[in-house]
Write a protein that binds this ligand. Structure first.
Ligand SMILES: Cc1cc2nc3c(=O)[nH]c(=O)nc-3n(C[C@H](O)[C@H](O)[C@H](O)COP(=O)(O)OP(=O)(O)OC[C@H]3O[C@@H](n4cnc5c(N)ncnc54)[C@H](O)[C@@H]3O)c2cc1C
Length: 498
């Protein structure tokens, strides 16, 4: 008889774990509290406009392809990805505009033409970023670095030798300042620390792995939007045999000694051999486990959540030929912006604004002649300071910035509006205080403190998703689902009782 597996949560991590285990013959049931799967990667629709609710850019697509291959399928039959030529258009307060081209030569020329920075500085920088990737990918991203077997393998030993290359002692900003003369380029590359909700002025330079992932491996958008990834993973899980129960909230993980024996829903207990939580790790300890392991729960409670975001979804009756799919309007004083975010823990007074317009690629995302503006700023997690008045004040600041950039007041052109606040992120996905990327990566040892994919207290409890190893963001949460599923497969083969 195949083992019975419960997956709690239908985010991208949970769907990935469910798909892989079902394809291996496990009897998988995934419980999702919302009426749709996808978690943060949901969709928002209204007034003829469609918006990706959360993530807007896909990197490391090989992880997605690997998952489909591991399930015996071809990802091309489920999802079609387009490589983006201009990854992002950057607007600076001094009027400079820099296009970050995917093509390396074009990008070097653009950077040189706009800032005078010698072309070889960019080349040297991206080579340095690649070295960090080469030193970290096998051990820290694609696998569980806690595995002794991995460390004793040739891959693990090679990675150990490369450890000095991961640049953990400098901050992202210190490292970037050492490569570029022009402050605008430092700001451009500092921004990548925000990809996991961190500050470039605090987070270790190891995060400079991210520009490699984006510029050397490429940035992608799926046909049908990022939401197509959630749909494709759900389809993969169901075709592989997983049962997905939407609108079912798990109230408790029931334990018996050092085993998780089942889940409680509406007062009824359902028994399972193994349980994977795709819900936020802190929430799993605080709210789901009836008998949380004290040390782990306490350690996790103390860890600072990552930053969050405030998103305005504006359906606008206008097209914007001067904008790209992805655009950044930088703040005047980046250091102060992060001081406000991470020290004062408030919405920045002059925030950097991100504008994503998917209708530039999928015309059906907006009525003819219109655009769907996904406009996001970084915020702290929900610490009680993000009041309704604060949100409205920020809305005005952001609208003014976007209007100045486009050269036209967009207020009278808005036909549809929706807003996502950190509190709403918490309510919709149970992420602790609405943090987007689990725990903060603002310290050198953060990567080592993240929740492992297998619990050390309950032998048949596993974790996947943005707050577990290897971290947040689409490719990493899919990988976390793969790692958690592989742990289950390994444990079953070893005969470790579930
Ligand atoms: C505004 C925003 C912008 C982002 N931009 C990007 C980007 O451009 N690129 C990128 O790669 N990433 C981005 N991300 C991050 C990315 O979306 C997340 O890292 C990823 O989607 C999280 O997946 P997850 O598996 O952790 O699950 P989550 O999305 O956190 O989903 C967890 C699921 O578990 C369910 N659940 C929780 N508790 C229970 C329970 N008790 N019972 C049943 N179900 C439960 C929830 O309802 C939810 O569906 C962004 C996120 C946001 C919010």
């Amino acid at each position: 008889m195949s083992e019975r597996i419960a997956v709690i949560g239908g985010g991208l991590g949970g769907l990935s774990a469910a798909a892989l285990l079902a394809s291996e013959g496990f009897d998988v049931t995934l419980f999702e509290k919302n009426s749709n799967t996808g978690g943060k990667a949901a969709v928002i629709q209204g007034g003829g406009f469609s918006f990706d609710a959360g993530p807007s850019l896909l990197t490391m697509p090989f992880i997605l392809h690997n998952l489909f291959t591991a399930c015996g399928r071809n990802s091309d039959q489920y999802i079609s990805l387009k490589k983006i030529e201009v990854i992002c258009r950057y607007f600076y307060p001094d009027g400079t505009k820099i296009d970050a081209f995917a093509d390396r030569e074009k990008f070097k020329t653009e950077v040189h033409d706009k800032t005078g920075e010698p072309k070889d500085h960019l080349e040297k920088y991206l080579t340095y970023c690649q070295k960090i990737y080469d030193a970290t990918a096998d051990v820290f991203i694609l696998n569980d670095f806690r595995s002794l077997k991995l460390f004793l393998s040739s891959t693990g030993l090679k990675s150990l030798l490369k450890l000095p290359q991961i640049d953990p002692l400098r901050t992202v900003h210190q490292a970037n300042s050492s490569f570029f003369n022009d402050k605008r380029l430092v700001q451009l590359f500092d921004r990548y620390a925000t990809y996991n909700g961190s500050s470039p002025f605090l987070a270790p330079a190891t995060l400079n792995v991210i520009p490699h992932v984006e510029y050397t491996m490429g940035a992608y958008i799926p046909e049908g939007g990022i939401r197509r990834i959630s749909e494709a993973l759900q389809q993969l899980a169901e075709e592989s045999g997983a049962v997905i129960r939407r609108g079912v909230q798990i109230d408790e993980i029931v334990t018996d000694g050092n085993k998780a024996s089942g889940v409680r829903v509406d007062g009824k207990i359902y028994h399972f051999d193994r349980i994977i939580s795709n819900a936020d790790v802190n929430y799993t300890y605080e709210k789901l486990l009836n008998n949380p392991p004290r040390a782990e729960a306490k350690r996790y409670r103390k860890m600072e959540p990552s930053g969050s975001g405030l998103v305005f979804y504006w359906g606008v009756e206008k097209e914007f030929p001067g904008l790209e799919i992805h655009n950044i309007l930088f703040s005047q004083d980046y250091e102060n912006e992060f001081r406000e975010l991470f020290e004062q823990k408030k919405i920045p007074s002059d925030p950097t604004v991100y504008v994503y317009i998917s209708s530039k690629y999928h015309s059906s995302d907006a009525p003819r002649g219109g655009s769907n503006l996904f406009v996001m700023i970084n915020t702290p997690y929900d610490n009680g300071k993000i009041t309704e008045e604060e949100v409205q004040r920020t809305r005005e600041t952001v609208i003014s910035k976007v209007s100045t950039m486009t050269g036209e007041d967009i207020r009278p052109l808005i036909r549809f509006e929706d807003i996502l606040t950190p509190r709403m992120i918490q309510e919709r996905t149970n992420s602790r205080w609405g943090s987007i990327y689990g725990v903060s990566s603002n310290s050198r040892n953060a990567a080592f403190l993240r929740q492992a994919n297998r619990s050390s207290s309950y032998k048949n409890l596993y974790f996947c998703g943005g707050s577990a190893h290897p971290g947040g963001g689409i490719p990493l949460v899919i990988q976390s689902g793969i790692i958690a599923a592989n742990k289950v497969i390994e444990d079953t083969k070893r005969g470790s009782s579930g």
